[in-house]
Write a protein of this length. Structure first.
Length: 219
């Protein structure tokens, strides 16, 4: 009897989580906060703050920050969209993939060069291909100088102000860049692995969270 109750409880819990993380919301976009965040007005007249999943756009004070906001605005402002929720962040924002009819808005922001793949949270591996295509074509932010192509998570970590110059000594001195590499097998040295962990936010390289990436390289 206890085993049956445990199975029933586990199944109910699983269904509850599925409902939370697979929830779909539809509504009209009534405000654009920045390149990856907007406000949705649902049919019930409820406003929900939505954060595009798996991507990260330049902050407003960064080069291309205001342009990224304009790109998102042009895509979805005052339009009906479908929001597929994947999570809720600590600020209460709905983390989601967003669709305008059949257009995947998250993907479109990457393709247009208005966003980076958010290395720490990305699960859709195709996003890296779209980013590399945009990079090679020098679309959007990829048309900026190397010194201006600072990942937003690095910008936030450094606490860079809009009036301050962006320091990019590490990538120019070492010859590294936050590109399409994602796994330890793609790293050529411990130094490169450390760069990707510390400057590109690629935390998957440090599986045991001891601060040492790719331990086969960093022995």
């Amino acid at each position: 009897m206890k085993n049956k109750l445990l199975i029933l409880f586990t199944f109910t819990l699983y269904i509850s989580f599925q409902q939370i993380y697979a929830q779909e919301i539809t509504g009209r976009v009534v405000a654009i906060s920045d390149g990856d965040t907007f406000t949705l007005l649902t049919a019930n007249k409820e406003q929900r703050k939505i954060r595009l999943a798996e991507i990260d756009t330049p902050e407003k004070g960064q080069p291309y920050g205001q342009k990224a906001q304009a790109v998102l605005s042009q895509l979805i402002f005052n339009k009906q969209v479908r929001v597929v929720q994947t999570d809720i962040d600590r600020y209460g924002r709905v983390i989601a993939r967003v669709y305008l009819d059949n257009l995947d808005v998250n993907v479109e922001m990457i393709k247009s060069g208005a966003a980076w793949v958010y290395r720490q949270y990305a699960e859709d591996q195709k996003l890296y291909e779209y980013e590399e295509e945009a990079r090679q074509a020098k679309r959007g932010l990829w048309s900026l100088s190397k010194a201006e192509q600072v990942p937003p998570w690095e910008w936030r970590r450094q606490g860079v102000k809009a009036s301050e110059p962006v320091k990019t000594d590490a990538p120019t001195a070492k010859g590294y860049d936050c590109g399409s590499k994602r796994y330890c097998s793609e790293m050529k040295s411990c130094e490169e692995a450390k760069y990707y962990l510390e400057h590109c936010g690629l935390t998957r390289l440090d599986g045991d969270r001891d601060g040492v990436p790719c331990e086969s390289l960093c022995k």
